[in-house]
Ligand binder design. Structure first.
Ligand SMILES: Cc1cc2nc3c(=O)[nH]c(=O)nc-3n(C[C@H](O)[C@H](O)[C@H](O)COP(=O)(O)OP(=O)(O)OC[C@H]3O[C@@H](n4cnc5c(N)ncnc54)[C@H](O)[C@@H]3O)c2cc1C
Length: 479
């Protein structure tokens, strides 16, 4: 199984965690709308956040749904280490380690509202953690950097992005910071949005940020794996999901839509919602007959979805600072998070998230990826990374393999990348083109199709589900 190959197994002996029964109860959609009379079947491709939520809404309206999911689990790019039953882990982390999405943006956002409903304990990264910024191979807080003008230039540029009025150029060109701050800019304004700062368009990001209506405070959840939260929220429709069903083609030429999976099994539907990632669509992982309309393909080509890797590295000692949250500005590991901050009596796990060309470079290194990232950490933290990396303790008491995990999202055929982003020259209108339904039969959801400014996030995936459910219901009601 490709998925299993993409998750690196290096440790032993960690019990699979799950929510305590009753801690999160499933909740039914409380939308008061009437049931929609429809005797057709809707098939949804993909059981990530978008597919599950779309299924939940339609099911709550009395519409018959079936979800075909290629992998062996729910959640898509929401994937928690504890839930990977095939990975036996020996890590010091007494909190959930995330292999995909780990941060939630906004209390009143689509995902923030789910968290509020379950009253889960949050760690607010802006107030409960301190950001560290790397310049000259040193990581320091903004206060400790004093009035460093290069740091200020990057932070001011990022803070002003929602009102950016400059040209349609890359983040790198738009910011024009000194070479000393290039890696920091790449980290905060390139990698954070899904690629490198010379690929991500400043105008597109600015337009999207301007559309966001909720506050955007970043937080993590103290004890619950995000994958459990998603599975609990949508527990009413999980029996509608068929796992290990890899859709290869969708033929919508006739009255009924014919879907064929990898095994050659055919499914018939009246309407289909496609939620597979942009990476899967771009690479032709699912083919359409007739082919996709030119406008959709044009939109798709202007949106990027680059390689992405996530490393979680376990250390014996927190040498980067217990209060640290985000650590910005490394070159090989442009986004690091002290993922135990305020969640744990241990603060010894760093997650490293890399998007874009750098992720591709690291992915090609095989196991050398760990040495490369450790070498960079050693340069910043006085050789402490190599010294303090945790190792498996063998039965005879000797130290074995180093404890780390790799999720290579770019190599995984069911994702083919990390998150979508608007390239230079692209705008939210390109996401609208990607989202446009075909013949009132084939509908498109997923984070890349979000038009409310949240693309690239769980919120974007959930927003897109609400939009697509509404579009689909309208076609039924107006038929
Ligand atoms: C490393 C990483 C870190 C991230 N960090 C954050 C973060 O901190 N905060 C945040 O909000 N967002 C983050 N994101 C983005 C977030 O995870 C995604 O935007 C969101 O989960 C996407 O949901 P989706 O439903 O649109 O797509 P997906 O989760 O990709 O769901 C699509 C589903 O379709 C399935 N599928 C694919 N091909 C087929 C096929 N042929 N047939 C059937 N099924 C198929 C897939 O297996 C998958 O389950 C991160 C993403 C990554 C990769």
């Amino acid at each position: 199984m490709k998925r299993r190959k993409a998750l690196k197994k290096i440790g032993i002996g960690f019990t699979a965690g799950a929510l305590m029964p009753g801690m999160i109860v499933s909740c039914s959609k409380d939308d008061p709308g009437p049931e929609v009379p429809y005797d057709g079947t809707v098939i949804i491709i993909g059981a990530g956040a978008a597919g599950l939520y779309a299924a939940d809404i339609l099911h709550s309206k009395g519409i018959s749904v079936k979800v075909l999911e290629a992998s062996n689990q729910l959640g898509g790019r929401i994937r928690s280490l504890r839930n990977q039953k095939e990975i036996l882990v020996q890590t010091s982390a007494d909190f959930p380690v995330e292999l995909g999405a780990e941060i939630i943006y906004g209390n009143s956002s689509a995902f923030g509202k789910i968290i509020e409903k379950y009253a889960l304990t949050k760690i607010e990264l802006n107030t409960q953690a301190t950001e560290q910024f790397i310049l000259d191979s040193q990581a320091k807080s903004a206060t400790d950097w004093g009035g460093d003008s290069d740091l200020a230039a990057v932070r001011n540029f990022v803070a002003a992005l929602p009102t950016y009025g400059g040209g349609d150029v890359s983040m790198k060109q738009a910011a024009g910071v000194s070479p000393r701050a290039d890696a920091l800019l790449n980290s905060m304004a390139g990698n954070f949005y899904g690629s490198s700062s010379d690929q991500v368009g400043a105008k597109g990001v600015s337009e999207a940020l301007g559309l966001i209506e909720h506050e955007n405070n970043p937080f993590i959840i103290k004890t619950n794996p995000l994958q459990d939260i998603i599975a609990s929220r949508f527990s009413q429709i999980t029996n509608k999901v068929q796992l290990n069903a890899v859709v290869k083609s969708i033929n919508y030429a006739g009255e009924k839509i014919l879907i064929t999976d990898k095994e050659g099994i055919e499914y018939e539907a009246d309407k289909v919602i496609v939620t597979t990632s942009l990476g899967v669509l771009k690479s032709g992982g699912v083919t359409f007959s007739p082919g996709l309309p030119a406008a959709k393909v044009a939109g798709m080509n202007k949106i990027g979805m680059d390689h992405c890797v996530r490393l979680a590295i376990d250390f014996k000692k927190n040498f980067w600072g217990e209060d640290s949250g985000y650590i910005w500005g490394a070159t090989l590991g442009p986004l690091m998070l002290n993922s135990g901050v305020d969640r744990s009596e241990f603060y010894r796990t760093l997650t490293v998230t890399v998007h874009g060309p750098k992720a591709q470079e690291l992915s090609a290194m095989g196991d050398g990826i760990l040495d490369a990232v450790l070498a960079e950490l050693d340069a910043i933290y006085n050789n402490q990374a190599s010294l303090f990396i945790s190792k498996v303790i063998n039965p005879d008491g000797t130290e074995g393999n180093r404890i780390w995990f790799l999720a290579d999202w770019g190599k995984d055929e069911f994702f083919k990348g990390g998150m979508s982003y608007l390239k230079v020259g692209a705008s939210v209108a390109d996401r609208e083109a990607l989202a446009a339904p075909i013949n009132n039969k084939i509908f498109f959801a997923g984070e890349a199709t979000d038009v409310k400014g949240d693309a690239g996030t769980i919120n974007g995936a959930l927003n897109s589900a609400e939009r697509v459910a509404e579009e689909l219901i309208q076609t039924i009601l107006s038929a």
